[in-house]
Structure formats: C-alpha cells, structure tokens
Design a protein around this ligand. Sequence first.
Ligand SMILES: Nc1ncnc2c1ncn2[C@@H]1O[C@H](COP(=O)(O)OP(=O)(O)O)[C@@H](O)[C@H]1O
Ligand SMILES: [Mg+2]
Length: 290
Amino acid sequence: MAALERLFQEAYRPVDQRKRVGSYILGRILGQGRSSYVRKAVDTRNEQQVAIKAIAKMAGRKGRQLERQCLQEVKTLLDLRHENIVTLREVVETDHFLYVVMELIQGRTLRSLLKDKFFLSESEARSVVQRVTGAVHYLHSKDIVHRDLKPENVMLSDPNGQVKVIDLGLSGSMAGGELGGQCGSPVYMAPELLRGQPHGPPVDMWSLGVVLHELVTGHVPFCPERGRRSSRNYSVAAVYSTIVKTACRDVSQGLCLSSNGAAFLRELLRLEANQRMTSPQAITHDWLTS
Ligand SMILES: Nc1ncnc2c1ncn2[C@@H]1O[C@H](COP(=O)(O)OP(=O)(O)O)[C@@H](O)[C@H]1O
Ligand SMILES: [Mg+2]
C-alpha cells in the first residue's frame, strides 16, 4: 500500500503538475475503502467530473487478489444500468495501477450520515431501503450477488437524495452455480457466509436486514460487544457466536418500527437462507409499497 499512500499524499499540487491518468486530472480524495482510494477527477476532453478508484498493482498474492477484485468490479459494472447503482465509464490501466472511472456521486455515504445523525426515522430508513432493495433486486435478476452491502457502500447524492449502491469489488456471478469463499465485513455477513458455506443471493438480503436495523437503531443487531458501533472489525467467529446466542430472540422487538417494518426486518434476518425473504418478495412487501 506504500506506493499508493505516497501517490495520494500529493493532494494539492499546481494544476500543471497534477497527476494525470489518461485524459483525466486527479483531484482530492473522496473516500478510502478496504483496498483503494477514490479521487475526484476531471475529464479534460469535456470537463466533466468523475470519480476514479485507483488500485495499485502489487506483486504477490495480495496484489493479485486486489487486481482480481478490481477486474471483477469492472466486469460486473460494465453490463449494469440502474438508477440506484453507480455507473462505470471506463478503465484506464497503467504499469502500476488500475483506474476505474465512474460517475461522480456528489454526496456522502450512509456511514457518514449515520455518524452525524446516529439513527434515522422509520420513514427515512424506508426510503433508503426501498432504493437499495431495488438495486439488489436488479443485481439478483442479472445473477449477481453484491456480497458487501453495508453503509460504507451506499451513497446518498446531494441535493436530491438519490441513493446509489457502490463497490461491486466483491460481487460474484451465480452463472456458474453457488459462490464460494468468505468475504465482506463480518457484522454484515449472513450465517452461511460466516460458516464459509456455498452461498448466493440470500446473503445480500441478510446484509440488507442488518443495514435496516442499523439505520433505525444506530447499531448492528449481531455485535459481539453490546452497544458498540459497527465500524470495529470483529472476527467471523465472534460474530457467528453472537448470532447463534441471539438465535431465539426476535431482533425486531422493541425497535421503533411499525408492524410491517418489523415483519420486513424479521423476514430478512431469517437464519436459514432458504427461508429468508428474496429480493422479488422484498420489493413487493407491504412495508415498501404502502
Ligand atoms: N462514484 C463515487 N463517487 C463519489 N465517491 C465515491 C464513489 N465511489 C466511491 N466513493 C467513495 O470512496 C469510498 C471507497 O470506495 P469503494 O468503492 O467502497 O472502495 P473499496 O472497494 O476500497 O471499499 C466510498 O466509501 C466513498 O466514500
Ligand atoms: Mg467499499
């Protein structure tokens, strides 16, 4: 990561010395994820602003893994057109970096909103969840599983409050059957994913449930340390044992949710993947349509 860190320290150089990538001039950092920095940039061909995610090509296993994730994101995004999913413009490859050029979302992540507001009202949460569910339903209809839904990967754009799902770096295609491997942030991971079992679209529905719980309470439902915010990196084993311990408890009880909202949450947080609400069921659920 050192090379990448150094590159992105060069924040405010004179315009003529600014870092260029293809026809883009890189600007300030918009956000930092698990494996990349995302910068604002301007396309010199038309002066349009874009967001560019830079992934360092590194040697070794970790490098190959990051490069695979980046190419996965590109492959997935190339075929997608949905108002609630970030749009890909192009990919620029240099000797040392892969740059994913995307539409610029002027706004903030759901994580940043939660940091300020702590939690949302039911109707605010419903409006966000409705749009994320629409995006997830679209992905599932294309046999794509996002696998990393969490507040860091949902953006709210100003000024119209448009919701956009970002970061398809861990997404997987169901075209070749169920998915394997273990990925994502443990507190948002479905039980089957935590167990390292083959999995599919239901893992996104679980994450959606965790996000909904967090939106209306300010904390995730299966947190190894009670009352803690979700940003801590808990181990897979710790989160799994919390889920097992809470298995017989109704997580929707005591929350500020209508009966429809509580039912929606319970249907998402079903332990058994095959009993969990599917995305077609979710978009027609009374809570989202009434
Ligand atoms: N298209 C975009 N427009 C504006 N900001 C973005 C965009 N994509 C990502 N970001 C910002 O960069 C952060 C990291 O991006 P992300 O794609 O989640 O990277 P990672 O795969 O490293 O987690 C996001 O949390 C967000 O703050
Ligand atoms: Mg991310």
